[in-house]
Design a protein around this ligand. Structure first.
Ligand SMILES: NC(=O)C1=CN([C@@H]2O[C@H](COP(=O)(O)OP(=O)(O)OC[C@H]3O[C@@H](n4cnc5c(N)ncnc54)[C@H](O)[C@@H]3O)[C@@H](O)[C@H]2O)C=CC1
Ligand SMILES: O=C(O)CCC(=O)C(=O)O
Length: 312
């Protein structure tokens, strides 16, 4: 019997996919290229993805042999989980694999918004020495609002507490133990915006959170707000945010995620008070190793019912 096909549609550490090749027919495609994905998926018993590949009804319909979609990462907004369940396809993610990396990037972006490190560095590289032009603000004593006190939100809260920031959160489903561990004060969304000097977003992208931070919410914002989004682009209305940034009602934004990636026509690109990174929250060697390994294990588990990985 031919070995089941495992289709790797997004980049994963090569040594992990090489390990799979001992037992499976491992093939590669660029999942973001729809035509390539639809051409390759009919043979696949397993699909290994990150965030760029969209797995929807059309892909599932084209994949009669598919038994598992393994997501090497957290967010499942690029997978139609309900359609997969109807088709009898298992969906697995790696929920703890990269949360520390995302939290660490988030803290770095908060600091980079408070202290203009990026333009200051660029000016020194350009041969300038303009010390007075790069005055920032201290984080100690200021208030951070955490939208979504889940795994990443909690890690960010505890790290920013160490900066002596006061921590507020809005999360209708927040666990009591997470509130206790972080010392975060639970407030409404409106109060979160009205009181926060820094707002950092850590909710998943769902029908309920799409556009959660829009014109009305930004109008509630405390003047001078600094906003960080390392969750998903669709949660923030980019047009409304761009307007608030141009009016300097919102002082700055640091965005790792965009509604469309790459964000070629985003109104946020080119604004001087925006730091933009190309969805690198999980971009550490450690996170990629953990996420890839968990996804590979999920594939083995689904296709053979076993998990020979000694580290499992
Ligand atoms: N930039 C990157 O590379 C990465 C981004 N992410 C994103 O970060 C998100 C959060 O990750 P985790 O903390 O692991 O997820 P999580 O599931 O542990 O936490 C999400 C929290 O959001 C809360 N929430 C849900 N709906 C809400 C609403 N309407 N208002 C307020 N709170 C709400 C939930 O109750 C939960 O506590 C992921 O869904 C993913 O989109 C995750 C990993 C890497
Ligand atoms: O590295 C990736 O695939 C993106 C990570 C991410 O956004 C996630 O895990 O939800």
């Amino acid at each position: 019997m031919p070995a089941p096909v495992v289709l790797v549609a997004d980049p994963l550490p090569a040594h992990l996919t090489d390990e799979l090749a001992a037992d499976f027919d491992v093939r590669h495609c660029t999942g973001a290229d729809r035509a390539q994905l639809l051409a390759a998926v009919p043979e696949a018993s397993a699909l290994l993805i990150r965030s760029a590949t969209r797995v929807d009804q059309e892909v599932l319909d084209a994949a009669p042999r598919l038994r598992v979609v393994a997501r090497a990462g957290v967010g499942l907004d690029n997978v139609d989980v309900a359609a997969a369940a109807r088709a009898g396809v298992t969906v697995a993610n790696a929920p703890y694999s990269n949360v520390v990396s995302v939290a660490e990037l988030t803290v770095g972006l908060v600091v980079a918004l408070a202290r203009p490190v990026l333009p200051a560095s660029a000016s020194v590289h350009a041969g300038q020495w303009r010390r007075a032009d790069f005055q920032g603000v201290e984080l100690a004593g200021r208030t951070v609002g955490i939208l979504g006190l889940g795994k990443v939100g909690e890690l960010v809260a505890t790290r920013l507490r160490a900066f002596d920031m006061h921590v507020l959160t809005h999360d209708p489903y927040a666990r009591a133990d997470a509130l206790e561990r972080t010392g975060a004060q639970a407030v409404s969304l409106e109060e979160l915006l009205r009181r926060s000097d820094v707002l950092t977003i850590h909710v998943p992208l769902t029908d309920a959170t799409r556009g959660l931070i829009g014109e009305r919410e930004l109008a509630w914002a405390k003047p001078g707000l600094r906003l960080v989004n390392t969750a998903r682009g669709g949660i923030v209305d980019e047009t409304a945010l761009a307007r608030a940034l141009k009016e300097e009602w919102v002082a700055g934004a640091a965005l790792d995620v965009f509604e469309f990636e790459p964000p070629l026509s985003s109104p946020l690109l080119g604004l001087p008070n925006v730091i933009a990174t190309p969805h690198i929250g999980a971009g550490t060697a450690q996170a990629q190793e953990r996420a890839g390994r968990e996804a590979v294990q999920a594939v083995r588990q689904a296709l053979t019912g076993s998990d020979p990985d000694p580290e499992a």
